[in-house]
Design a protein around this ligand. Structure first.
Ligand code: C5P
Length: 305
């Protein structure tokens, strides 16, 4: 198959972790996780266009916060794929950004996965999925999930995925002012654990949570949502407690910090309730913006040209 000359656009979802169980720090600095990922219907789009050299541009409300150099996971994805294929990364990558930046919703990871699929398609490489997933794991712990989407249990540092069943759920996300650094939140997790002096158990996926997720029963899922990084995120950003409370007061079934934060996630009974919770959060003045989404959402997908 010859490579298409027309630009290729890939749509890619954000994620929320409905369970994030964190183990002790490993010798390599990472933490073993039992990480139940759920893709949600907030999407970035990455368009790959043939160009002389590798360049990245970005549009969207937070575009000024997105690095456009080789630290951007989209650029790194193109470089790694090109090196493996023995070609030049001669591509322009344009990111239409809707996922909160540095928000704990895997927005950077999503762009890495989307760029990988877009370049693979543009260059006509047809790289097998297993190899694409290897490159994703090299890019970051959350990137493999961004590629596959849906719902999955991530073990290891989060990159080893097993698909799990998931019914439909409705969410509101509250976008905070500023981001939080994921390494800083993990360091705070380590500090709090050391200060508490308790042994950190092996991270395990909760059977009750997996059953609730599969059943589509929002009340059952609300009762078991769990994020071990939440105390660390709240320690670094205490004002998030007010956002969490405002969403629950506004009618959410449950609230939690999304991943390493500072975006907060609110599970709602249905789409109508989500509208009300979003309005209550906006009125509370405890967040910068709100987004309504549902789950599960498909992974990275090439859009028809
Ligand atoms: O894999 P990724 O590049 O997204 O990880 C960013 C940082 O988050 C790591 O450098 C590490 O500090 C922390 N991390 C961790 N344990 C994980 C995943 C990430 O400590 N399982």
């Amino acid at each position: 198959m010859s490579a298409p000359r027309t630009p290729v656009t890939v749509r890619v979802p954000a994620k929320v972790n409905v369970q994030l169980a964190v183990g002790a720090a490993r010798p390599d600095g990472f933490h073993d996780l039992a990480n139940v990922f759920l893709a949600v219907s907030l999407f970035d789009e990455v368009t790959a266009t043939p160009a002389d050299t590798l360049t990245v541009t970005c549009e969207g409300p937070d575009a000024d916060k997105v690095p456009l150099d080789r630290t951007n996971l989209a650029a790194r994805a193109a470089e790694i794929l090109a090196t493996r294929a023995g070609i030049e990364p001669a591509v322009h990558l344009h990111i239409a950004k809707n996922i909160p930046v540095a928000g704990g919703m895997a927005g950077g990871s999503a762009d890495g996965a989307a760029a990988l699929l877009a370049c693979d398609t543009l260059w006509g490489l047809n790289t097998p999925l297993a190899e694409l997933l290897d490159i994703c794991a090299e890019l970051g712990s959350d990137v493999p999930f961004s590629l596959v989407g849906g719902a999955a249990l991530g073990t290891g540092r989060g990159e080893l995925l097993t698909p799990v069943g998931a019914g439909t759920f409705h969410w509101v996300f509250a976008v905070a002012d500023g981001g939080l650094s994921t390494p800083a939140v993990f360091r705070e997790f380590d500090r709090l654990a050391e200060a508490a002096g308790t042994e950190i158990p092996e991270p395990q996926a909760s059977p009750a949570l997996l059953a609730a997720l599969a059943s589509g029963d929002a009340d059952a899922l609300a009762a078991v949502l769990a994020n071990d990084l939440q105390p660390a995120a709240l320690s670094l950003r205490p004002q998030l407690a007010r956002t969490l409370a405002a969403g629950v007061d506004g009618g959410a079934l449950a609230a939690l910090v999304s991943g390493s934060g500072p975006t907060t996630a609110f599970l709602c009974r249905d789409a109508e309730s989500a509208e009300k919770v979003a309005a209550a959060l906006s009125a509370s003045g405890t967040c910068r913006a709100t987004r309504i989404a549902s789950s599960p959402a498909p992974g990275a997908t090439v859009l028809p040209s």
